[in-house]
Design a protein around this ligand. Structure first.
Ligand code: ADP
Length: 522
């Protein structure tokens, strides 16, 4: 007890009151002999209640190794450091970072143990949540269907800083001028970690061989994308994504969506997160679909030409018949004793004009029948409309259909493939013509006008029976037809073509008139 007394009143202990750390002293029996106000603040026990109590009992001290082991250590070595779980007066658990040291009198006899403690519960909670999020992130990193890479970006950061120091202001332009610099940056970017998807996509069952520089995975032609991602990182964007081509360890190139994210906390550590999604299958599927659509559109054009064969033959026959007639007349003029060369010249001129007419018709049909990759170019919609009407002129005449054009001049050009746009208009005209087969009055109004947002609108209205209300929603479905020999592919193909141009097509019934198809193009 006397020793304990000397602890309590020992010189220097009063200054401990000024310290924010909680400090208490327990004697060799474990009873609290000194208790500063920071202890009261932390544990909730006032000094008068704490003094004389068994410290570990009062504070509910607990440690995974057991308290006896800690006491043993402090007795043997004079010190112990570590974390203790305790409970405050109000029952609140706290985590204490504690330092114990044996307090001795000048003769070297142990008097008790001084504990300096700090409440680290809050810090622990943050560490735990960080550990949790790190765990979640690791899980995600491994489990994602995409390929993920963790790259050490530090050397590139240094290179960029050097460039800025050397006076480079436009990084993108500098990279474009010095492609070898970009390759060097790739060489210095190290792969720190990759997930299983990456091993599957880029490697050959060997993760270790991927943990090297990123350079081999970037074909020369994709260097610009890597350069752009550096510019994005440096200009403090959050992320960067671009479709490009990447290369496997075995040298096979494939289409990929490359994404890089630059969360500030990773950037500080020089870590770059990269995700890669394999697009090759999607792109193959798309290419096959486009080829298929092109085939389908071509097949539809050819079948439409098939339907029009009779009228096409008739149309070509007219100039040919005229050529024969004029040729025969010319021969008669020449066979006279005094050949009339003036008459023959006039007839020859007509023959040339008719031959041209026949050639034009054949050229138009050849264009429609030709199978070629769509070529987009700015088109004057009004001209395409006139060509489509011209194409059907004979058939329309034969069916007794009148076509009225109401075309607005000076409309903006539309970006489209000419043949495909013609196919849409011809399709709508043929449908209108067929719909009016039993109508007493057969009139088609084709009008063009400016739509909203610089778009151009085309309307094809007929005086037929219109479309049954319950058919309206199904009109553009493949194989929907109400005709005995119909295929039900005309309108779906129109829609594919129009939507492929970024436009829309819709059908409605016009008050007092027949059907109306509205095409809007950008
Ligand atoms: P198909 O002409 O082979 O039937 P489409 O896809 O071109 O195929 O047309 C589908 C259906 O839409 C037609 O069968 C018809 O019922 C309806 N339709 C299309 N255009 C008109 C129109 N102008 N008037 C009335 N019905 C129409």
């Amino acid at each position: 007890m006397r020793d304990a007394q000397s602890i309590e009143s020992g010189p220097g202990l009063d200054v401990l009151e000024l310290i924010h750390e909680s400090i208490f002293v327990r004697d060799l029996d474990g009873r609290i002999r000194y208790w500063n106000s920071a202890c009261t603040a932390l544990y909730g026990w006032p000094a008068e209640q704490a003094l004389g109590q068994l410290a570990h009992e009062l504070l509910g001290s607990a440690h995974p190794d057991g308290l006896a082991a800690l006491e043993e250590q402090v007795t043997a070595t004079g010190r112990w450091d570590g974390e203790l779980c305790r409970v405050t007066a109000s029952g609140q658990p706290v985590l204490i970072d504690a330092r114990w040291s044996v307090h001795k009198n000048p003769r070297g006899q142990a008097l008790g143990i001084v504990e300096i403690g700090r409440d680290i519960s809050a810090r622990k909670a943050i560490e735990q949540s960080l550990a949790d999020s790190e765990y979640r992130y690791r899980n995600l990193f491994q489990a994602m269907a995409a390929s993920f890479w963790e790259l050490d970006f530090t050397p590139v950061g240094g290179m960029v800083r050097q460039l800025f120091a050397a006076g480079v202001t436009d990084l993108a332009a500098h990279f474009a001028e010095h492609p070898q610099l970009v390759r060097e940056m790739m060489r210095r970017t190290q792969v720190m970690d990759v997930n299983e998807q990456t091993v599957r996509l880029f490697g050959r069952d060997n993760k270790a061989e991927l943990l090297q520089s990123v350079e081999p995975f970037w074909p020369e032609a994709s260097s610009e994308v890597f350069a752009q991602s550096i510019v994005a990182a440096v200009s403090r964007q959050q992320h960067y994504a671009k479709e490009t081509r990447l290369r496997t360890i075995e040298g096979r190139e494939f289409d990929a969506l490359f994404t890089a994210s630059f969360p500030p906390e990773n950037m500080k550590k020089g870590i770059l997160m990269v995700g890669v999604i394999d697009l090759s299958e999607r792109n193959h599927a798309f290419a096959a679909l486009e080829r298929m659509q092109a085939e389908l559109m071509h097949a539809a054009r050819v079948s439409m030409l098939g339907e029009l064969t009779a009228s096409i033959a008739h149309e070509i026959n007219q100039p040919l018949a005229a050529i024969v007639t004029n040729g025969a007349a010319g021969l008669r003029w020449l066979n006279r004793p005094m050949p009339n060369t003036e008459e023959v010249r006039t007839l020859a001129e007509r023959m040339v004009a008719d031959a041209r007419r026949a050639a034009d018709i054949i050229a138009r049909i050849r264009d429609m029948a030709r199978h070629q990759a769509p070529q987009q170019a700015p088109q004057l919609l009004n001209n395409v409309v006139k060509e489509a009407v011209q194409f059907l002129r004979h058939e329309l005449q034969a069916q007794g259909v009148e076509v009225r054009l109401k075309l607005t001049a000076n409309l903006p050009r539309v970006q489209a493939d000419r043949t495909l746009l013609q196919q849409v208009i011809v399709n709508l005209l043929v449908n209108a013509m067929q719909a009016m087969a039993d109508s007493p009055q057969r009139l088609i109004m084709v009008s063009s006008r400016a739509g909203t947002d610089g778009r151009v609108e085309l309307r094809v209205q007929d005086s037929g029976p219109g479309i049954a209300e319950d058919h309206l929603p199904r009109l553009f479905e493949s194989f929907f037809t109400t005709k005995a020999s119909g295929m039900g592919m005309g309108l779906p193909i129109c829609r594919t073509i129009v939507e492929g141009l970024g436009g829309t097509i819709e059908a409605r019934n016009d008050e007092g008139a027949g059907a109306c198809f509205i095409v809007s193009l950008g």
